[in-house]
Design a protein around this ligand. Structure first.
Ligand SMILES: *Cc1c(COP(=O)(O)O)cnc(C)c1O
Length: 363
């Protein structure tokens, strides 16, 4: 029991109160829970990549500035010339850097709710206040409520996931602009799903000194590399660089991401395929009895099942070999909601067959 006492004495209370981010075990399951790109690479691309990796000197530290990689990212993501970039070990780490840089007791982080859970989780571990502003029941933005909270709380940081996770929708540009204009501190527009949405605030960076645009390679097909980027006014980036650990982007990630960004054709094709399959999956879901489907601009679809059945339906689908994300436990607007990532055409089919079997069994 000694060790328990030391933990209670020394680990900060806000950390003790947290629960670690749980990732479901997906062994032998069709993995439609985490917005990964389901496609692998062509044998030619894999061979060329392995050739490139031969040149890596793992005995050396990586370039702490990742200069070559940043040049590729600038081009691929059309970062305006006068804006600067900072890279993170996934955008999760960038969220952490932003909040670490502003963290001070009494300061507040604001985001529409429900949204990406890491904003709240990281704010909590750093002792920041977090205020979620509920979306309307159709998951549209409640702009008056957002503006009221911004005025009352004067948040240090506002996060807007664009499109939003887990709801899948894009908020109207004018409403996001109104939030940016009202913000006393920073606004991070999180564009993790940009390739599936085709909409971005990147060109507007020059219009708003308080705006940062965040991207990641995870949902495009490189989740295993862990690479996110934040673009914005060089003065912000310079301030954030002070909390970045020097070698946070490892050598294999730098070289691999450079390689892919030199020839992004295959990944771009995969994204197109995923968007087409998203439309088909959406239509198929809409035809199922008792299912309410929310339109998506991302590579996943949120849907609502009949009341109090989400846990059972999710478990039965899992028993048939398909892993979904059950959001029902978060309660509120997400009660009875499940989220499915758009997989390969075959995976989507397997999911639909499993869902149908469960629904018709219950009728
Ligand atoms: C998945 C996701 C991220 C996390 O991306 P990583 O780069 O893999 O850390 C960030 N924001 C949103 C909205 C996401 O859905």
């Amino acid at each position: 029991m000694m060790v328990e006492n030391r933990i209670v004495q020394w680990i900060r209370p806000e950390v003790q109160r947290l629960s670690a981010y749980l990732v479901a075990d997906a062994e032998n399951l069709i993995k439609l829970d985490a917005m990964e790109n389901p496609y692998t690479w062509s044998p030619e691309l894999i061979e060329a990549w392995l050739e490139r990796l031969r040149e890596v000197s793992v005995n050396r530290y990586p370039d702490p500035e990742a200069r070559r990689l940043k040049a590729h990212l600038r081009r691929y993501m059309a970062v305006p010339k006068d804006m600067e970039l900072i890279l993170g070990n996934g955008s999760d780490e960038l969220i952490q850097m932003v909040l670490l840089a502003v963290a001070k007791p009494g300061r507040t982080v604001v985001a529409p709710e429900p949204t990406f859970v890491m904003y709240r989780q990281i704010a909590a571990m750093l002792g920041l206040e977090y205020q979620g502003v509920p979306l309307r029941t159709d998951f549209s933005l409640d702009l008056p409520a957002m503006l009221r909270v911004i005025q009352e709380q004067e948040p240090a940081v506002i996060f807007i996931a664009y499109p939003n996770n887990p709801t899948g929708n894009l908020f109207p540009v004018e409403e996001v602009q109104a939030i940016i204009e009202a913000a006393p501190g920073l606004v991070v527009v999180d564009e993790a799903y940009m390739v599936f949405a085709g909409k971005t605030f990147m060109p507007q960076l020059g219009d708003y000194e308080q705006l940062l645009v965040m991207r990641t390679l995870s949902k495009i097909g490189l989740a295993g590399l862990r690479l996110g980027m934040l673009a914005g006014n060089p003065a912000w980036i310079k301030a954030l660089e002070k909390v970045r650990l020097p070698y946070n982007i490892n050598q294999l990630t730098q070289v691999s991401a450079e390689f892919v960004l030199e020839q992004p054709g295959e990944l771009d094709e995969q994204a197109k395929l995923i968007c087409n399959d998203r439309a088909r999956l959406q239509k198929a879901l809409e035809q199922l009895p008792g299912i309410e489907v929310y339109p998506s601009n991302a590579n996943f679809i949120l849907f609502r099942v009949p009341p109090h059945q989400a846990d059972a339906i999710c478990a039965k689908i899992k028993a048939q070999g398909v892993l979904l994300k059950n959001l029902s436990g978060q309660g509120g607007a997400l009660s009875d909601c499940l989220r499915v990532t758009v997989g390969t055409t075959e995976e989507n089919h397997a999911f639909l067959e499993a869902l149908k079997a469960v629904l018709y069994e219950q009728l």
